[in-house]
Every structure is written in C-alpha cells, then in structure tokens.
Write a protein that binds this ligand. Structure first.
Ligand code: FDA
Length: 306
C-alpha cells in the first residue's frame, strides 16, 4: 500500500512541487543522493574509491519534455564522461532512455534517442568507459532492449538492465546473452500490472536466482544489483561452484543502502560498484527508494521535521 503511494508520488508533479518546498526534504534525500552538482558526485566517488569501491554515475532527470532537453541531458552526460577521464574516476555512467528523448521522437523510430545514446556510447568506447542503460517501466522494455542490441553490434561499451520481476525476463536474458551484451540484473522498481510482473516478492527472488545462474553460466561479465544478503550469498556460492574468478563479474548496490554489506563484499575481495545519483531532479528517484522500504519513509519524515 505504502509502496504504491510512493510510486504514485514519484510520478506526481504536484507532490513534487509541494515536497520540494519542505525545508528538510533535501536533507532527507541526501541519504541516497550524492548532491546536486557533478563536483559533489565526484567527491562521493573519491570517497568510495578510498574504500575500494567502483561507481556508476546517474545524472538524475527522466521523462524530459522536449528534444532540446534531451540533447542537453546528453551533453551533460558527455561532460560527466570527460570528468571521468580528467579525474581518472573508477566510474561508468548510467542513463535512462526517457531522459535521452525516448518519449519525444517524431516518428516512433526513436531516432533522436538512439542518436543521443550513440553519442554517449561512442565517447565511452573511445575512452575505455562503459554506458549502463537503466531499465524503466515496462512500456519501455522492448524499445530499450532493441536500441541496445542494435548499438551493441557496433560498440561493446553498452550494457542492459533486466528486471527479475518481469515474466518476460528469462527470454530477454537469453537473447542478450546470445548477442554478447553485458547485463545488470535487478529485482525491478516500478509499479507493474500482475499480467506483466510477478506480484509476490518471494517468487521474484526465485526468478532472480534463476536469472543470476544464467548470467554466471554465460561467462560474460555481468552485474548483480541487489542489497539482498541471501541473493548476494547465493551469487557468491554459484560463482564459486562454477569456478568464476572474483573479478569476472561485479556486485552493484545503491549509494546509501546497506553499507555494511557493501564493505563486507569489498573486504572479501569482490568487485562492487555503487550507483551514485546526482543532480537537481532527485525527487522521483528518492520516492522509488522510499517505496522499496517504508522504514526509509520514517527516517525521511524525521529529517524533514528536524
Ligand atoms: P529487496 O528490496 O528485497 O531488499 C533487500 C534488502 O536490502 C532489504 O531487506 C533491505 O535491508 C535492503 N534495502 C533494499 N532497498 C533498500 C532501500 N531503498 N533502503 C534501505 N535498505 C534497502 N530498478 C529498475 O527497475 N531499473 C534499473 O535500472 C535499476 N537499476 C539499479 C541499479 C543498482 C545498482 C541497484 C542496486 C538497483 C537498481 N534498481 C533498478 C532497483 C532494484 O530494482 C530494486 O528496486 C532495489 O535494488 C531493491 O531491491 P533489492 O534487490 O535490494 O532487494
């Protein structure tokens, strides 16, 4: 119930205006967001690096409303890539196709969005970096995977995200592996109908484990994105049983979530990449984090009231 409420808020412009004016809202969001500027994000990545962790930078902003905004988002990401080179940051970038204009293409061929993503992937490939394309709601799944597999034929520096809650994901994993595309596997964070997504958490977890095994068996470099200790443990076990070295895959976690487990993985010699969001448009991202864990909502409320 509370989950649906926060997911509703994440899409509501009115709620956004109201909550952004609350004095402590930004303070509450800082648990999960590096800050509003690239400089603040760089400082966070440096701190993670000192603790032996990698990063992926998400310049927040989704569902832009004009192609000019989409082009501006692309340019901001190009600046992030330049900063990664300049400051030698151990970081990739994570982008959302709705931010690069997926909803705005004039002819439904997604040409503008493709061009924007291509510019980022081309740049990443040149500098030896990588673009992780986040997965949004199910309305975007087909088009997102299509664009990625197309682009991947020319550039290896682009990867996809698969959500374990979608019934379709097993087929998508097979198809991506067939194309040699690196996958970030997560549970899924959007509000989906039960016709498309597994409604019960325990069954999502079972599907996650099944998909994780497919990734490990593929021997491609993949990214296991979860804070769930039992899934982390199962991944470690499966990789060990199949003789995978610790550097042939990575775990990923969100900035500010389950720091004890993050530290433990690094101490045990695993590669861990932290998803570091930054930027002024932090509201929908913050609401999705609250939706995942109602306990966070009480923490946030306390910060707002303080
Ligand atoms: P689960 O929700 O079952 O949580 C397991 C445990 O982790 C909890 O018991 C709690 O201890 C801790 N935890 C989880 N979330 C927490 C939170 N918000 N605050 C505090 N503790 C928390 N989704 C998507 O749809 N598209 C995408 O592209 C991505 N990308 C992505 C990248 C990375 C690096 C990560 C880690 C996650 C995503 N996600 C995502 C989000 C993902 O789908 C999912 O919603 C969250 O990771 C929460 O699911 P868990 O696997 O952590 O398990």
């Amino acid at each position: 119930m509370l989950r649906q409420f926060f997911l509703y808020l994440s899409r509501s412009k009115k709620a956004q205006r109201l909550l952004l004016s609350a004095p402590g809202a930004q303070r509450a969001a800082r648990q999960f967001i590096a800050g509003e500027t690239l400089a603040q994000a760089v400082a966070v990545v440096r701190g993670l690096e000192a603790r032996g962790m990698l990063a992926t930078l998400d310049h927040l902003g989704e569902n832009v409303t004009s192609l000019e905004q989409a082009a501006a988002a692309r340019d901001e990401y190009l600046e992030v890539l330049r900063e990664i080179v300049r400051s030698k940051l151990p970081a990739t970038i994570s982008v959302k196709l709705s931010q690069l204009g997926m909803d705005l293409s004039r002819d439904k061929s997604d040409d503008d969005c493709r061009r924007n993503l291509r510019a980022l992937v081309e740049c990443a490939q040149q500098i030896g970096d990588f673009v992780e394309v986040d997965m949004e709601g199910s309305a975007y799944t087909d088009r997102t995977l299509h664009i990625i597999t197309d682009l991947h034929q020319s550039f290896s520096a682009v990867g996809a995200v698969i959500q374990a809650y979608l019934y379709r994901s097993e087929n998508d994993v097979k198809e991506l592996i067939r194309h040699g595309v690196s996958i970030r596997l997560c549970k899924g964070a959007y509000n989906e109908p039960s016709t498309l997504a597994i409604p019960h958490k325990t069954e999502v977890d079972v599907n996650f484990l099944r998909l994780m095994r497919m990734l490990v068996e593929s021997r491609l470099y993949h990214r296991i994105a979860t804070h769930d200790p039992s899934i982390v443990e199962a991944t470690r076990r499966t990789a060990g049983e199949l003789g995978l070295s610790k550097d042939s895959f990575e775990f990923q976690m969100l900035y500010g979530v389950n720091r004890a487990l993050q530290q433990q993985l690094v101490e045990d010699g695993y590669r861990l990449r932290i998803y570091v969001p930054f930027g002024r448009a932090w509201f929908p991202y913050f609401m999705r984090r609250l939706a995942e864990r109602p306990a966070n909502a009480w923490f946030a409320l306390r910060s707002v009231l303080r």
